[in-house]
Ligand binder design. Structure first.
Ligand code: PLP
Length: 404
């Protein structure tokens, strides 16, 4: 919710809209950790929101070829047909979803895809249902549209899952959107097909739209399988499926994401994009065609590496007193509970909040984590395992020392 606060002189000149938005805390802590690393300090950062692997060579080669071919001009606003066809085929192949290229828009990352849809659908006062712990940008994007973020809480004891009854209870006549994210950032939680069917059944026939953010689709471990809610026939017309190449192909800097859904929503989203940014980068579009049509082995290799790290982190963290963990089945994050440590005094510093603990870990132990309040989850820390096993080993040792 937008908070009343005393505005600085500068803030009084700024719009109400921008004053209602919080700066991303993940970016803040990553920035501080990078600055410390720049000063020569041996900081281990578990704050990253991106894979640590290089972009696959064949993908980069397609980008270089685009430059050499002078494919460096504006493209059609919604993205080149070749890419939208590759995305359409990807949806059929991976998700059993039929989206024609004119039901697809390519944007500057999944982030812009989601922001476009928010702007296309939301009026002042409309309500957006968001599950906490959430990806930091969902509530802030709602604020940017003068809409209201309605938060449903979940915790580690329920593996960060909400129930159909909780969803039902959050709905009001003002509800316009429900944002669903599986696998989740920041929890790594993956809902099963049956859990998704049960949850989504609540929304059938209602004037509520659903954004299904599937950006971590390919990073799922164990036996649970990814399931796209839009493949539920009764809900196809209510759902916008968002995905991108950032996480699956380690292409965060190329900035390519996409949304698919009812043509009228995609067209509206295109209108917003055409008047704000126009097409996403032409070179990145060509590289994304190569990624989506290329050998999926590169994704599998990355996933195998992440699985080793997930298991390492889970086993090690499980043994640290004061820290409670669950076993996330997807993405590359763990949201660990540090509730037991709250209120305790460590090294003469009282740990009132998880931000106090995160600051202490960074300042005293050169370990960067992200405090849970950034995700609507006070009492938790997000640890990203998108780093080498060697660095994860160091991180665990530092954490052990710090809290022992
Ligand atoms: N959705 C979630 C849950 C994310 O964690 C991110 C990135 O961190 C995005 C969407 C957007 O990714 P991008 O804009 O790089 O496609």
């Amino acid at each position: 919710m937008n908070q009343q606060k005393t505005l600085t002189k500068e803030e009084q000149y700024l719009s109400r809209r921008v004053n209602s938005v919080q700066e991303s805390q993940t970016m803040q802590i990553t920035g501080k950790a990078k600055k410390m690393q720049g000063e020569g300090l041996d900081v281990v950062s578990l704050s990253a929101g991106e894979p640590d692997f290089p972009t696959p060579d064949f993908v980069s080669a397609a980008g270089i070829k685009a430059i050499n071919d002078n494919f460096t001009k504006y493209t059609i606003n919604s993205g080149i047909l070749e890419l939208r066809k590759a995305i359409s085929e990807k949806f059929k192949r991976d998700n059993n979803l039929t989206y024609t290229p004119d039901q697809i828009i390519v944007s500057n990352g999944g982030k812009q895809s989601i922001a476009n849809i928010f702007m296309a659908l939301l009026n002042e006062g409309d309500e957006v249902i968001i599950q906490a712990p959430y990806w930091v940008s969902y509530p802030e994007m709602a604020h940017l549209c003068d809409a209201v973020a309605v938060i449903i809480d979940s915790d580690i004891d329920s593996d960060f899952k909400i129930t159909p009854a909780q969803l039902e209870a959050a709905i009001t006549p003002k509800t316009k959107l429900f944002v669903f994210n599986s696998p989740s950032n920041p929890t790594g939680t993956v809902y099963s097909e049956q859990e998704i069917r049960d949850l989504m059944a609540v929304l059938v026939g209602k004037d509520i739209f659903i954004i299904s953010d599937e950006i971590y689709e390919h990073l799922i471990y164990d036996t649970v399988r990814h399931f796209s809610p839009a493949s539920i026939k009764e809900l196809y017309e209510q759902i916008i499926t968002v995905n991108g190449v950032s996480k699956a192909y380690s292409m965060t800097g190329w900035r390519i994401g996409y949304a698919a859904g009812p043509k009228w929503i995609i067209d509206a989203s295109g209108k917003i994009q055409s008047q704000t940014t126009s097409n996403p980068c032409s070179i990145s579009q060509k590289a994304s065609v190569a990624a989506l049509n290329g050998d999926h082995g590169v994704v599998e290799n990355m996933k195998a590496e992440f699985l080793k790290r997930r298991d390492f982190m889970y086993n090690e963290l499980n043994q640290i007193p004061g820290i409670k963990v669950n076993k996330p089945e997807g993405a590359f994050y763990m949201l660990v509970s540090v509730q037991e440590l709250m209120g305790k005094t460590i090294d003469g510093i009282e740990m009132k909040t998880s931000a106090d603990l995160a600051t202490y870990l960074l300042d005293k132990y050169l370990l960067a984590t992200v405090p849970g309040d950034a995700f609507g989850a006070e009492g938790y820390l997000r640890l990203s395992y998108a780093d080498s096993l060697e660095n994860l080993g160091k991180a665990v040792e530092r954490l052990k020392k710090a809290v022992s």
